[in-house]
Design a protein around this ligand. Structure first.
Ligand code: TXA
Ligand code: MG
Length: 362
């Protein structure tokens, strides 16, 4: 299959409704919408990561998502809507907590798990009695849902197991030749997937940390628990509440060595590793700018790849560069990845969740 990639310049579509560029943009949306209506699948940007979308009410179209990604059938999909009223139509129950979350955090990187309405095909919920819903804030995502006239089921647009795509180029790497169309609007803002929040019980439970932090949720909802049991692979975790969490994810080909602790301590560990490393293995260092500033004087052997997440002062921005860094390691054939952690608070909880999963048990 030939894959078409349409580049979209975001700055050009928001400011003027009467330009040639805006007309081109609307044509691109129509083309994508037509494919979706016909039951094809299309990759599109969201503010978190790129999604691989299908008409959520078309079972056959949703099957294609699983086939193309190589996704296990027991891993349910998130359904994306452009309006709160659309979300209400897809569930049997819309509790007060859902209303609060939708008004406060939608559109945005928060996914709500609620009892599913019969209209949702079983393939989407992977046999569960619930459905995961989200209203993304990316303009292209919202426009595409509206143009298609249906909710869009969309997992991250990567091959299952690989780091999620935070750039159109990443989608191209994984899915070129496998899908008809990629809407490419460049980098995504958050670079980590949405927070998945289960609202079916008495107390809201975070099943996957993400762009909306636990602290932000608690401020609105009071007590919020986190069920991150699926974070690390291991026995007894065969049936976590969020089935996707049991799989090894975000995994580059190289081995990840995760560095946590105080700044000086981390810098010492990295220096020791680099200075004593065996030849023949390609080593990457993924770290914060500040850590490298301390480290510089201590290392005698440079890593083969040096990649900065960003600055400790801007954890959100640093977190958004994680997946791109892991993908770069694969492109450069890196064997060993020294990856610096960050404190597990705010967006750091999601960052560390992904890094732990990428590292597997090592
Ligand atoms: O930011 C995001 O959420 C991105 C963009 C494209 O919206 N999507 C995304 O989808 O990350 P995916 O399929 O890669 O991850 C969906 C997660 C999985 O961990 C899955 O198990 C969980 O949501 N999930 C989906 N439906 C669920 C349900 N009914 N109950 C519990 N967990 C569910
Ligand atoms: Mg995914």
């Amino acid at each position: 299959m030939q894959t078409k990639r349409i580049k979209i310049k975001l700055g050009n579509i928001s400011d003027s409704g009467n330009s040639d560029y805006y007309r081109e943009y609307r044509l691109a949306l129509q083309e994508a919408a037509l494919l979706l209506i016909k039951g094809e699948i299309v990759a599109f940007p969201t503010e978190t990561v790129y999604g691989l979308g299908a008409d959520a009410l078309n079972e056959k179209a949703c099957q294609k998502i699983f086939a193309v990604k190589g996704r296990p059938a027991d891993n349910p999909l998130i359904v994306h809507v452009a309006e709160i009223s659309e979300a209400r139509r897809l569930v049997r129950d819309w509790p007060e907590t859902a209303e609060i979350c939708a008004l406060k955090f939608w559109p945005g990187p928060l996914t709500l798990v609620l009892p599913k309405a019969p209209i949702i095909p079983d393939i989407i919920s992977a046999g569960l009695d619930t459905v995961a819903l989200r209203m993304p804030s990316h303009q292209v995502a919202l426009d595409l849902i509206s143009a298609a006239g249906c909710p869009l089921a969309a997992p991250s647009a990567n091959i299952s197991g690989k780091p999620s795509p935070t750039d159109g180029a990443h989608v191209w790497q994984d899915l070129e030749g496998k899908i008809p169309l990629i809407l490419d609007a460049g980098n995504t803002a958050y670079g980590l997937e949405s927070t998945v929040l289960d609202l079916t019980g008495e107390i809201p439970v975070i099943l996957r940390p993400g762009g909306v932090t636990r602290e932000q949720l608690s401020a609105e909802l009071g007590r919020v628990e986190a069920d991150l049991a699926g974070d690390r692979d291991g026995p007894g975790l065969a049936r976590p509440k969020s089935p996707g969490m049991k799989y090894r994810h975000y995994a580059p080909s190289g081995e990840i060595i995760l560095l946590e602790g105080e700044l000086e301590e981390k810098a010492d560990k990295i220096a020791q590793y680099l200075n004593n490393r065996k030849t023949g293995k390609k080593v990457a260092l993924l770290c914060m700018q500040e850590t490298f500033d301390i480290l510089k004087a201590k290392i005698k052997q440079q890593p083969d790849l040096l990649y900065f997440f960003g600055s400790q002062k801007k954890p959100g921005e640093a977190a958004s560069h994680l997946f791109a860094g892991l993908r770069l390691c694969d492109q450069q054939g890196i064997d060993i990845i020294l990856a610096e952690g960050m404190p597990s608070e705010g967006i750091g909880l999601a960052f560390m969740n992904r890094l732990h999963k990428a590292a597997g048990k090592r």
